[in-house]
Design a protein around this ligand. Sequence first.
Ligand SMILES: CC(C)(COP(=O)(O)OP(=O)(O)OC[C@H]1O[C@@H](n2cnc3c(N)ncnc32)[C@H](O)[C@@H]1OP(=O)(O)O)[C@@H](O)C(=O)NCCC(=O)NCCS
Length: 161
Amino acid sequence: MHYREITPGDMPAIFEVRVKTWHNPHGAEELERMGITPDSVRGMLRETHRGWLAEANEEVVGFVMGNKQTGEMWVIAVLKDHENRGIGRSLMRLIEDWLVSEGCDELWLTTDPDENCRAVGFYRHLGWEDWKMESGDRFMRKRSDQVVADQQAARRDGKAP
Ligand SMILES: CC(C)(COP(=O)(O)OP(=O)(O)OC[C@H]1O[C@@H](n2cnc3c(N)ncnc32)[C@H](O)[C@@H]1OP(=O)(O)O)[C@@H](O)C(=O)NCCC(=O)NCCS
Protein backbone atom coordinates (compact mmCIF):
# COMPACT_ATOMS: atom_id res chain seq x y z
CA MET A 1 0.00 0.00 0.00
CA HIS A 2 1.33 3.40 -0.96
CA TYR A 3 0.19 6.62 0.76
CA ARG A 4 0.64 10.05 -0.79
CA GLU A 5 -0.84 13.52 -0.68
CA ILE A 6 -3.89 14.26 -2.85
CA THR A 7 -3.21 16.54 -5.82
CA PRO A 8 -5.72 18.37 -8.08
CA GLY A 9 -5.36 15.63 -10.72
CA ASP A 10 -6.72 13.03 -8.29
CA MET A 11 -10.28 14.43 -8.31
CA PRO A 12 -11.84 11.79 -10.63
CA ALA A 13 -10.37 8.93 -8.57
CA ILE A 14 -11.37 10.29 -5.17
CA PHE A 15 -14.89 11.15 -6.34
CA GLU A 16 -15.23 7.58 -7.60
CA VAL A 17 -14.17 6.18 -4.20
CA ARG A 18 -16.54 8.56 -2.39
CA VAL A 19 -19.54 7.61 -4.52
CA LYS A 20 -18.81 3.86 -4.34
CA THR A 21 -18.54 3.94 -0.54
CA TRP A 22 -21.60 6.11 0.09
CA HIS A 23 -24.77 4.16 0.79
CA ASN A 24 -26.64 6.41 -1.59
CA PRO A 25 -27.59 5.33 -5.11
CA HIS A 26 -27.74 9.00 -6.17
CA GLY A 27 -24.42 9.91 -4.54
CA ALA A 28 -22.90 11.70 -7.55
CA GLU A 29 -25.96 13.93 -8.04
CA GLU A 30 -26.28 14.51 -4.30
CA LEU A 31 -22.65 15.69 -4.01
CA GLU A 32 -23.21 18.11 -6.87
CA ARG A 33 -26.40 19.39 -5.23
CA MET A 34 -24.34 20.05 -2.08
CA GLY A 35 -21.85 22.05 -4.15
CA ILE A 36 -19.17 19.38 -3.80
CA THR A 37 -17.64 19.15 -7.27
CA PRO A 38 -14.11 18.47 -8.55
CA ASP A 39 -13.68 22.22 -9.05
CA SER A 40 -14.90 23.17 -5.58
CA VAL A 41 -12.66 20.55 -3.94
CA ARG A 42 -9.64 21.75 -5.95
CA GLY A 43 -10.38 25.23 -4.57
CA MET A 44 -10.53 23.84 -1.01
CA LEU A 45 -7.14 22.18 -1.51
CA ARG A 46 -5.69 25.54 -2.50
CA GLU A 47 -7.07 27.30 0.59
CA THR A 48 -7.96 25.33 3.70
CA HIS A 49 -7.86 21.57 3.08
CA ARG A 50 -5.30 18.86 2.55
CA GLY A 51 -5.75 15.17 2.03
CA TRP A 52 -3.98 11.87 1.53
CA LEU A 53 -4.86 8.78 -0.47
CA ALA A 54 -3.98 5.10 -0.42
CA GLU A 55 -3.04 3.38 -3.69
CA ALA A 56 -2.68 -0.31 -4.48
CA ASN A 57 -1.37 -1.23 -7.94
CA GLU A 58 -1.96 2.37 -9.02
CA GLU A 59 -5.66 2.17 -8.06
CA VAL A 60 -6.92 4.65 -5.47
CA VAL A 61 -8.58 2.54 -2.76
CA GLY A 62 -9.12 5.13 -0.03
CA PHE A 63 -8.62 8.77 0.90
CA VAL A 64 -9.03 11.29 3.68
CA MET A 65 -9.35 15.10 3.77
CA GLY A 66 -9.41 17.67 6.56
CA ASN A 67 -9.80 21.42 7.08
CA LYS A 68 -7.05 23.23 9.00
CA GLN A 69 -9.20 26.33 9.45
CA THR A 70 -11.91 24.56 11.45
CA GLY A 71 -10.18 21.36 12.64
CA GLU A 72 -12.70 19.21 10.79
CA MET A 73 -11.85 15.73 9.58
CA TRP A 74 -14.00 16.31 6.52
CA VAL A 75 -14.18 12.95 4.76
CA ILE A 76 -12.71 9.47 4.85
CA ALA A 77 -13.55 6.54 2.59
CA VAL A 78 -12.03 3.12 1.93
CA LEU A 79 -13.35 0.78 -0.78
CA LYS A 80 -15.28 -2.21 0.58
CA ASP A 81 -12.83 -4.78 -0.82
CA HIS A 82 -10.00 -3.07 1.06
CA GLU A 83 -11.67 -2.57 4.43
CA ASN A 84 -10.29 -4.12 7.62
CA ARG A 85 -6.64 -3.92 6.56
CA GLY A 86 -5.60 -0.87 8.54
CA ILE A 87 -5.95 1.62 5.65
CA GLY A 88 -8.56 3.73 7.47
CA ARG A 89 -6.37 3.83 10.58
CA SER A 90 -3.33 4.98 8.56
CA LEU A 91 -5.34 7.66 6.76
CA MET A 92 -6.78 8.93 10.06
CA ARG A 93 -3.29 9.16 11.51
CA LEU A 94 -2.12 11.25 8.55
CA ILE A 95 -5.00 13.72 8.81
CA GLU A 96 -5.02 13.93 12.62
CA ASP A 97 -1.24 14.55 12.71
CA TRP A 98 -1.53 17.26 10.06
CA LEU A 99 -4.46 19.05 11.75
CA VAL A 100 -2.61 19.05 15.09
CA SER A 101 0.59 20.26 13.39
CA GLU A 102 -1.47 23.19 12.03
CA GLY A 103 -2.40 24.15 15.60
CA CYS A 104 -5.92 22.69 15.84
CA ASP A 105 -6.57 21.95 19.53
CA GLU A 106 -9.79 20.12 18.98
CA LEU A 107 -10.57 18.00 15.94
CA TRP A 108 -14.15 17.19 15.00
CA LEU A 109 -16.19 15.32 12.43
CA THR A 110 -19.77 14.57 11.52
CA THR A 111 -21.03 11.09 10.86
CA ASP A 112 -24.07 8.86 10.84
CA PRO A 113 -26.41 9.08 13.84
CA ASP A 114 -26.92 5.29 13.58
CA GLU A 115 -24.97 3.60 16.35
CA ASN A 116 -24.57 0.48 14.17
CA CYS A 117 -22.85 2.33 11.35
CA ARG A 118 -19.33 0.90 10.85
CA ALA A 119 -17.75 4.35 10.81
CA VAL A 120 -19.08 5.22 14.29
CA GLY A 121 -17.40 2.17 15.87
CA PHE A 122 -14.26 2.88 13.84
CA TYR A 123 -13.99 6.47 15.11
CA ARG A 124 -14.65 5.40 18.73
CA HIS A 125 -11.98 2.72 18.42
CA LEU A 126 -9.55 5.46 17.34
CA GLY A 127 -10.29 7.58 20.40
CA TRP A 128 -13.02 9.92 19.09
CA GLU A 129 -15.80 10.81 21.52
CA ASP A 130 -19.43 11.74 21.05
CA TRP A 131 -20.00 15.48 21.15
CA LYS A 132 -23.56 16.29 20.03
CA MET A 133 -26.40 15.43 17.69
CA GLU A 134 -27.41 18.31 15.45
CA SER A 135 -29.42 18.61 12.23
CA GLY A 136 -29.62 14.82 12.04
CA ASP A 137 -25.85 14.34 12.22
CA ARG A 138 -23.68 12.85 14.95
CA PHE A 139 -20.76 15.14 15.85
CA MET A 140 -17.64 13.56 17.36
CA ARG A 141 -14.42 15.16 18.58
CA LYS A 142 -10.88 14.37 19.64
CA ARG A 143 -8.46 16.61 21.52
CA SER A 144 -4.97 17.28 20.21
CA ASP A 145 -3.36 15.86 23.38
CA GLN A 146 -5.12 12.55 22.64
CA VAL A 147 -3.68 12.64 19.10
CA VAL A 148 -0.20 13.23 20.53
CA ALA A 149 -0.69 10.37 23.04
CA ASP A 150 -1.71 8.10 20.14
CA GLN A 151 1.42 9.10 18.20
CA GLN A 152 3.59 8.25 21.20
CA ALA A 153 1.85 4.89 21.72
CA ALA A 154 2.26 4.03 18.01
CA ARG A 155 5.97 4.84 18.18
CA ARG A 156 6.35 2.78 21.35
CA ASP A 157 4.58 -0.17 19.69
CA GLY A 158 6.64 0.21 16.51
CA LYS A 159 3.50 1.07 14.49
CA ALA A 160 4.38 4.67 13.62
CA PRO A 161 5.13 5.33 9.96
C1 LIG B 1 -15.05 3.58 8.17
C2 LIG B 1 -13.90 3.17 7.24
C3 LIG B 1 -13.15 4.41 6.77
C4 LIG B 1 -12.93 2.24 8.02
O1 LIG B 1 -11.81 1.94 7.19
P1 LIG B 1 -10.99 0.56 7.33
O2 LIG B 1 -9.80 0.65 6.44
O3 LIG B 1 -11.86 -0.61 7.14
O4 LIG B 1 -10.53 0.63 8.86
P2 LIG B 1 -9.27 -0.11 9.52
O5 LIG B 1 -9.15 -1.49 8.97
O6 LIG B 1 -8.08 0.77 9.42
O7 LIG B 1 -9.71 -0.19 11.05
C5 LIG B 1 -8.95 0.44 12.09
C6 LIG B 1 -9.34 -0.14 13.40
O8 LIG B 1 -10.72 0.14 13.69
C7 LIG B 1 -11.39 -1.06 14.05
N1 LIG B 1 -12.77 -0.94 13.62
C8 LIG B 1 -13.22 -0.75 12.38
N2 LIG B 1 -14.57 -0.65 12.39
C9 LIG B 1 -14.94 -0.82 13.67
C10 LIG B 1 -16.20 -0.83 14.34
N3 LIG B 1 -17.35 -0.64 13.67
N4 LIG B 1 -16.24 -1.00 15.68
C11 LIG B 1 -15.09 -1.17 16.38
N5 LIG B 1 -13.85 -1.17 15.81
C12 LIG B 1 -13.80 -0.99 14.46
C13 LIG B 1 -10.62 -2.14 13.28
O9 LIG B 1 -10.84 -3.40 13.87
C14 LIG B 1 -9.20 -1.66 13.43
O10 LIG B 1 -8.71 -2.00 14.74
P3 LIG B 1 -7.12 -2.20 15.04
O11 LIG B 1 -6.36 -1.27 14.12
O12 LIG B 1 -6.98 -1.81 16.47
O13 LIG B 1 -6.83 -3.63 14.74
C15 LIG B 1 -14.44 2.35 6.03
O14 LIG B 1 -15.18 1.25 6.55
C16 LIG B 1 -15.33 3.14 5.09
O15 LIG B 1 -14.82 3.86 4.23
N6 LIG B 1 -16.65 3.00 5.19
C17 LIG B 1 -17.57 3.59 4.20
C18 LIG B 1 -17.50 5.09 4.11
C19 LIG B 1 -17.79 5.78 5.41
O16 LIG B 1 -18.66 5.35 6.16
N7 LIG B 1 -17.03 6.85 5.65
C20 LIG B 1 -17.22 7.66 6.84
C21 LIG B 1 -18.35 8.59 6.61
S1 LIG B 1 -18.74 9.47 8.12
